[in-house]
Unconditional design. Structure first.
Length: 668
């Protein structure tokens, strides 16, 4: 007997009588409902339960360990925290275990390696640290440990998983070489190792992975030539080798003939390949030798010529220097920069204490600080230089922020580069502190604690309109008003900060791209790192290796706008297969506008002192405004980049909507 009540709108709490179900009861699915409170301890009576699915922030039952016959356990997307659940130690008969998208931390326990029956294990998108741990038996088919903080090497024991179909360890801190034993996993169809610190060459033993369909080794430190055996993989549909140190000739057969399936950008020493890759031609050794002799002769001639020019230039410079008044060197930010040392920041943040930690991202952590001399509160973003790509991100953010200034952009106060007390390099950016945190905390209050008065965070319709206009103005400035257009590349609610007046400020320019030549179709090269942490907000064309563009930022803005008024995250479990937030809203227009709107906003049009006619008129205007907002969001987030609405038109539309809402609010 099974009970499946998933994907409904059931509320309240589960009664304790659930433990009185028949001894033959084997399946319970509670996912995607509105159930509150705790799952009753009586669930431990269902000793023959084999399938248990719990989503939507319900805590783990305290007597879960009693369910020794459990075969499938899903606790995904629950915002659960703490260490790996100790109650799972007794569930030795598990076949499926899904704990992805939670906040678990600490090491993966060693007892997990003793699970004999496990075939599918997903611990992705948590904060697990320490070495990799997984069942050593050959029964495992699916293993996903991506986007955690796992370190060390990929164990040689991975070769024991001969039936493994999918292995994803992307987004960790794994290092070393790919073990040769990986070649024993000849059943692999998906292998993803991107965004780690792997090095060395791609091992020849991987030639046995003939069934591979998706191979992603991007954003690592692999070197050497691309092995020829990859040409022979007839099932390979996607190959990403971007941002490594690979060199030599790019193969031209198999997957390498398909520009949309093969990604090799960021390997500066690659040459040849299909013309569409636009790589330099490969030069033979004899040609290199002749070229070297020619360059040597040319270099000698240039050196003697430059010596003469240098002497003349030095003389002229000294003459001019005497005439020139002494003036301070200035840059775009010098007038407002503070002079803060590492020691000052150390004191301001109480030694970068965890109690001062207010956020963490891919390349660093953000701390709240108090400058003792001035009493000013600051936000200090400390770059984690051990993360691959962190220094590049830091330089990109400095470059992007160097000469831009706008009311709706997060203001940088200073940059600090030096040596910490351990003798290691230290890089940090110091910003104005935004007292109201990020937009994400307001859209999804369960992610943030209550305020000082005990009230949960809640945005009104008018505040949401104002913030959406603030973000549109910021993007319009970056795209159309800077001397060199800037593409943000990572627009999402967590990167929109709110000040004391609830004014929106766009921040985190670690992935921004500056376009040196402005054209109607402004584009720049896209690092695959740009897709990190932006699932759901990144434009779909980026997944295929397309260049970043204004239209990509507009797509992210459209998703953010729809999220602000529906209250739905684009990575919600309800969006699967072909359904996403954009077409979910598009299908609801115009009849079901109020149905898809965040319930918090539906009562704002009510006013007990208004006449019936005024109330009806006001509600009609609110509904029309919401419909227009949704149409703007859908127009921004359509699949085809060229069909997306320009950000200046977005700002104009939203400004008009704000006027209508102000008019409606004044009706009595």
């Amino acid at each position: 007997m099974e009970l499946a009540i998933h994907e409904n709108r059931l509320g309240g709490t589960l009664p304790g009588c659930i433990g009185n179900f028949s001894a033959t009861f084997k399946g319970l699915s509670l996912a995607l409902n509105l159930i509150l409170g705790e799952i009753p301890r009586e669930i431990g009576n269902l000793v023959n339960l084999q399938v248990l699915q719990i989503h939507d922030n319900l805590p783990i039952p305290s007597h879960l360990g009693n369910l020794s016959n459990l075969a499938a356990l899903t606790l995904s997307n629950n915002n659960l925290s703490g260490m790996f659940p100790s109650s799972l130690q007794n569930l030795q008969n598990l076949i499926y275990l899904y704990l992805e998208r939670n906040n678990f931390k600490g090491p993966i326990p060693s007892y997990l390696g003793k699970y004999q029956s496990l075939t599918r294990l997903n611990l992705a998108s948590n904060n697990f640290s320490g070495p990799m741990v997984f069942p050593m038996t050959g029964n495992l088919l699916y293993l996903n440990l991506s986007w955690n903080h796992l370190s060390g090497v990929l164990p040689m024991e991975i070769g024991n998983l001969k039936h493994l179909d999918t292995l994803d360890v992307s987004g960790n801190i794994l290092e070393g070489k790919i073990p040769s034993s990986t070649g024993n996993c000849d059943g692999l169809t998906v292998l993803r190792l991107r965004n780690n610190l792997f090095h060395g060459s791609i091992p020849q033993q991987m030639s046995s992975l003939r069934g591979i369909e998706d191979l992603d080794l991007s954003n690592n430190n692999f070197c050497g030539e691309i092995p020829k055996f990859l040409e022979a993989f007839q099932f390979l549909e996607k190959l990403n080798l971007s941002y490594n140190h690979l060199e030599g000739s790019l193969p031209t057969q198999g997957v390498f003939r398909n520009l949309s399936a093969t990604f090799v950008v960021g390997n500066e020493k690659l040459c040849g390949g299909m013309p569409e890759f636009e790589l330099p031609k490969c030069v033979s050794r004899n040609s290199k030798s002749r070229e070297g002799v020619h360059k040597l002769k040319l270099t000698i001639a240039i050196i003697f010529g430059l010596l003469g020019i240098t002497l003349v230039a030095t003389f002229l410079y000294l003459c001019l220097l005497k005439q020139k008044r002494k003036e301070p060197i200035s840059s775009c930010l010098d007038d407002s920069l503070l002079n803060l040392s590492y020691g000052t920041l150390l004191k301001a943040t109480n030694g970068f204490s965890s109690t001062n930690l207010i956020g963490a991202g891919s390349f660093g952590s953000v701390y709240k600080g108090l400058l003792q001399e001035s009493g000013n509160v600051i936000a200090v973003k400390v770059v984690n230089l051990t993360r691959h790509g962190a220094l590049k991100s830091f330089k990109a953010e400095c470059e992007a922020l160097k000469c831009i200034k706008h009311r709706n952009l997060l203001k940088v106060l200073t940059v600090c580069s030096g040596i910490d007390y351990k003798g290691d390099k230290f890089n940090a950016l110091v910003y104005e502190f935004m007292v109201n945190g990020s937009l994400e905390e307001w859209l999804h209050p369960h992610l943030a604690p209550n305020d000082a008065d005990g009230h949960s965070k809640e945005l009104s319709l008018f505040q949401r309109i104002n913030i959406s206009i603030d973000v549109a103005f910021a993007l319009d400035y970056l795209h159309n008003q800077c001397e060199s257009p800037i593409i943000h590349c990572d627009l999402k609610p967590s990167n929109v900060l709110l000040d004391a007046d609830m004014v929106g400020h766009v921040g985190d320019f670690g992935l921004a791209k500056i376009v040196l030549e402005s054209t109607p179709d402004t584009r720049a090269n896209m690092s695959s790192a740009g897709l990190r942490e932006t699932i759901g907000y990144a434009a779909p064309e980026y997944a295929n290796g397309s260049q970043v563009s204004r239209e990509g930022d507009v797509y992210s803005y459209g998703i953010l706008l729809l999220e602000m008024f529906t209250g739905l995250s684009p990575i919600s479990d309800m969006f699967r297969d072909e359904l996403n937030l954009c077409n979910y809203v598009a299908e609801a227009l115009p009849q079901r506008v109020m149905e898809i709107t965040n319930p918090v906003l539906l009562h704002e049009g009510e006013c007990h002192n208004s006449s019936q006619d005024s109330l009806h008129k006001r509600n009609r205007i609110f509904q029309e405004c919401l419909e227009t907002i949704y149409r703007v969001g859908v127009a921004c987030s359509v699949q085809e980049p060229r069909r997306r609405m320009s950000i200046d038109k977005v700002a104009t539309q939203l400004h008009s909507i704000r006027k209508k809402i102000l008019t409606a609010s004044s009706l009595r």
